[in-house]
Design a protein around this ligand. Structure first.
Ligand SMILES: [Zn+2]
Length: 278
């Protein structure tokens, strides 16, 4: 068992390369912070050869726009996170922040608007109008730039779907760190939306999430770490890193009763079809 604060080991290599569809490498995690280079090397050793780095407030979006020019295995996403959107709106600085994001989103290696949506867990009812307004801005931006959209949906499933249906979801819409049940997974499959599963799907108590995965077509399944958060079983509570997407890929293969190599190849192909070539 790895101690809290200690980096979990690099998992056994996958039989074919995959993509970590969502991570935050600007955060220095762990007792001994590890460089971005080291985390990307470890990821490649586990078969996670490419990542989508997400900067979802202005400073981290600027960091992301620079990092994607330095690391060939990294593409980027930028947005104002829904919780941040509520804070900025209350302070009167949201419009300026969103304008910066819209500008950065035009970068050649920024390939997704991420992450946006609704979060009713951290933000109370007083912030909901601001979150909905920001969500709609990001939907419009993704469509304008013909980029995919990665959605953050925490305790807000019905309202997220309602906003997407009302405004019209971008053609390539991804639920990042999917947390819904089989019913929402079926609805997403009907709409052609993609579900990205994080380490949470490996947790012992995540039966409902695995049931959602079980009804999702393999070609609409993605994997991610959301690192440094949400570390997969059996390393919960320790800092997460992109290599651990390999553990989630193995769980996907188990739940879908699919060949692990086929899962990896499909996840890779779907990621490339969404974000373009690295
Ligand atoms: Zn995230």
């Amino acid at each position: 068992m790895t101690r809290a604060g200690q980096w979990p080991p690099v998992p056994e290599a996958l039989p074919a390369p995959i993509v970590d569809n969502h991570c935050h490498l600007e955060y220095p995690a762990g007792d001994e912070p590890r460089s971005v280079e080291r985390r990307l090397e470890d990821a490649a050793a586990a078969g996670v050869t490419r990542v989508v780095q997400v900067g979802c407030e202005v400073d981290s979006a600027i960091w992301t726009a620079d990092a994607v020019t330095r690391f060939p295995q990294m593409l980027g996403g930028v947005a104002i996170h829904p919780n941040e959107a509520a804070v900025l709106a209350a302070a009167g600085t949201y419009d300026e922040a969103f304008a910066t994001i819209a500008d950065l989103a035009r970068g050649e290696r920024i390939r997704v608007v991420s992450e946006t949506g609704l979060d009713y867990f951290r933000t109370g009812p007083e912030g909901r109008d601001a979150q909905v307004a920001a969500f709609r801005d990001h939907i419009a931006l993704a469509k304008e730039l013909d980029l995919p959209l990665q959605i953050h949906d925490r305790d807000a499933h019905a309202d997220v779907v309602e906003v997407l249906d009302r405004d019209g979801a971008p053609e390539r819409t991804v639920f990042h760190c999917f947390s819904g049940d089989a019913g929402l997974a079926r609805l997403a499959a009907q709409r052609g939306w993609y579900l990205s599963f994080a380490g949470t799907v490996t947790f012992k108590n995540a039966g409902a999430l695995r049931a959602a995965l079980a009804v999702t077509p393999l070609d609409h399944v993605l994997v991610e770490t959301d690192s440094p958060f949400l570390t997969a079983h059996p390393h919960r509570g320790t800092p997460n890193h992109p290599a651990l997407a390999a553990l989630t890929a193995r769980t996907v293969a188990d739940v879908l009763e699919a060949d692990l190599r086929v899962v990896c190849e499909t996840v890779s192909a779907t990621s490339e079809s969404l974000y373009g070539p690295w």
